[in-house]
Ligand binder design. Structure first.
Ligand SMILES: C[C@@](CO)(OP(=O)(O)O)[C@H](O)COP(=O)(O)OP(=O)(O)OC[C@H]1O[C@@H](n2ccc(N)nc2=O)[C@H](O)[C@@H]1O
Ligand SMILES: Nc1ncnc2c1ncn2[C@@H]1O[C@H](COP(=O)(O)OP(=O)(O)O)[C@@H](O)[C@H]1O
Length: 290
C-alpha cells in the first residue's frame, strides 16, 4: 500500500478575461497550496476493478469521483488492466472552492505513477490531469503558480511569505459551473496580477495582502450573503486581508501574527461551522518513484 497527500489550494488572485467558444472561460489566476490535506491510500483490487472507499458520504464512490477518472484515464493511456482500491480520507471541505476533488485526482495520478512504476514526469501527469478538470494540472505540481487558459497552463512562481491562513466555509455548497455562468464581464473589477506576482517575487507580505482579488467573489456573494458576512467577520476579528477562494464559498484570511489566530478562529466559530487555521505550503511536489 502507498499513501499520497492531496493539499487544498487557495486563489490569491482570480481574473476572467472572457468566455471561449468551447464554453469555458479564459482565466488568469495565482494559486498556492495550504497545509490542509486529504489523504489517499492506494492498494491493489481484484478483477480489474477501480474501488473508492471515502470517509465522506457526500463524495461519490463511482465514476463521478475524480479519483476514479484519474485511474481510468491512466489505465487507458498505459494499457494497464490492474484493479486498484483507493481509500480516501477527506479533510478538505467539499464543493468549497479549495479544489479538493482536483487535488485528490492529482494525488491519484502521482500515487499510481509510483504504484504502477510508470516513470512519468509531473509534466506528463499534468497533461493527463487537464482531461479531468481545469484545476488538476496545478494540483499535480502544487506550490505556487500563475495559471492561464482555462486554468490548465501553469507557470511556477515563488512561494508566498510565510503566514497563517484561516479558512472558513459556510454551510452551503456552490457549483463552479453555476458561478461562471452568472459571471458578467462588463461588471468585473479586475485584480492587478502583475502587482501580485511582483509581491511574491519580493517576498512582500503587505503587497500580497493589498493585491488579493477575485472577480467571482461578488457573483457568489450576491447569491449567498453568508459569504459577505464571513468576510466582514474575518476583517473585524483582525485578519490582515480577506478573500473568497475560487468560486467559493470558502473565505480565507491572511494573518502574520500568530497571537491573532486564536482570536479570529474563536470569533468565527460562533457563526461558521467549519474553520481551519493552516499555513501556506508554497513548495512543489516531486515525481518520486519510491
Ligand atoms: C473556480 C476555480 C478556480 O481555481 O476553482 P474552484 O472554485 O472549482 O475550486 C476553477 O477555475 C475551476 O476549476 P475546476 O473545478 O477544475 O473546473 P472544471 O471541472 O474544469 O469545470 C467545471 C465547470 O466550470 C466552468 N468553468 C471552469 C473553468 C473555466 N476556466 N471556465 C469555466 O467556465 C465550466 O462550466 C465547467 O463545466
Ligand atoms: N474526490 C472528490 N472529492 C470531492 N468531491 C468530488 C470528488 N470527486 C468528485 N467530486 C464531486 O465534485 C464536486 C466539487 O467538489 P470539490 O472538488 O470539492 O469542489 P471545488 O471544485 O469547489 O473545489 C463535488 O460536489 C463532488 O460531487
Amino acid at each position: 500500500m502507498i499513501h499520497e497527500k492531496a493539499p487544498a489550494k487557495i486563489n490569491l488572485t482570480l481574473d476572467v478575461l472572457g468566455k471561449r467558444p468551447d464554453g469555458y472561460h479564459e482565466v488568469e489566476m495565482i494559486m498556492t497550496t495550504v497545509d490542509l490535506y486529504d489523504r489517499l491510500a492506494i492498494e491493489g483490487a481484484r478483477d480489474g476493478k477501480i474501488v473508492i472507499k471515502s470517509s465522506d458520504r457526500y463524495v461519490p464512490d463511482d465514476r463521478r469521483n475524480l479519483v476514479y477518472q484519474a485511474a481510468e484515464i491512466l489505465r487507458k493511456r498505459t494499457g494497464i488492466r490492474d484493479g486498484v482500491t483507493f481509500t480516501l480520507d477527506k479533510r478538505i471541505p467539499v464543493a468549497a472552492g479549495l479544489a479538493g476533488g482536483s487535488s485528490d485526482a492529482a494525488a491519484a495520478l502521482r500515487g499510481l505513477n509510483r504504484f504502477w512504476k510508470l516513470g512519468m514526469s509531473l509534466d506528463e501527469l499534468a497533461e493527463i490531469g487537464a482531461e479531468i478538470g481545469s484545476d488538476v494540472p496545478f494540483c499535480v505540481y502544487g506550490g505556487t503558480a500563475f495559471a492561464t487558459g482555462r486554468g490548465e497552463k501553469i507557470r511556477h512562481l515563488p512561494a508566498p511569505p510565510n503566514c497563517w491562513v484561516i479558512l472558513a466555509k459556510p454551510d452551503i455548497g456552490v457549483s463552479t459551473a453555476d458561478i461562471y455562468g452568472k459571471f458578467d464581464l462588463s461588471r468585473a473589477r479586475h485584480p492587478d496580477i502583475t502587482a501580485m506576482e511582483t509581491a511574491l517575487r519580493q517576498g512582500d507580505y503587505e503587497g500580497v495582502c493589498r493585491n488579493l482579488g477575485n472577480v467571482l467573489e461578488p457573483v457568489t456573494m450576491e447569491m449567498h450573503r453568508e459569504v459577505a458576512m464571513l468576510k466582514d467577520g474575518m476583517e473585524r476579528f483582525g485578519a490582515d486581508a480577506v478573500l473568497m477562494s475560487g468560486s467559493g464559498p470558502t473565505v480565507f484570511g491572511l494573518v502574520s501574527q500568530e497571537a491573532r489566530v486564536a482570536r479570529i478562529v474563536n470569533g468565527l466559530n460562533g457563526f461558521c461551522p467549519e474553520v481551519h487555521a493552516v499555513r501556506m505550503l508554497g513548495g512543489r511536489h516531486s515525481a518520486r518513484l519510491d
